[in-house]
Write a protein that binds this ligand. Structure first.
Ligand code: ZN
Length: 77
């Protein structure tokens, strides 16, 4: 019996054709940051994001990734 099923998933996101520039990665020293997309043309309502859980957080509006700077937030010595 010949089984010629060639069904493929074609619903993958087109990551090769992004019209916008890739998201930035921003190092911060606080576990809580506010992001408003720089307030320019790409701005968005200010949101407060917490890095306390994972040490990093991605802004749901502008996709910028905030990471906790090494040695920050530890309370010092
Ligand atoms: Zn943002």
């Amino acid at each position: 019996m010949w089984i010629g099923v060639t069904q493929q998933r074609t619903d993958l996101p087109s990551v090769m054709n992004t019209p916008t520039k890739p998201p930035e990665t921003i190092e911060v020293e606080q576990t809580t940051i506010a992001c408003d997309g720089d307030g320019g043309a790409l701005g968005h309502p200010k949101v407060y994001l917490s890095l306390a859980e994972k040490g990093r957080v991605e802004c749901p509006y502008c996709d910028r990734l905030f990471t906790l700077k090494e040695g920050a937030g530890g309370g010092g010595h």
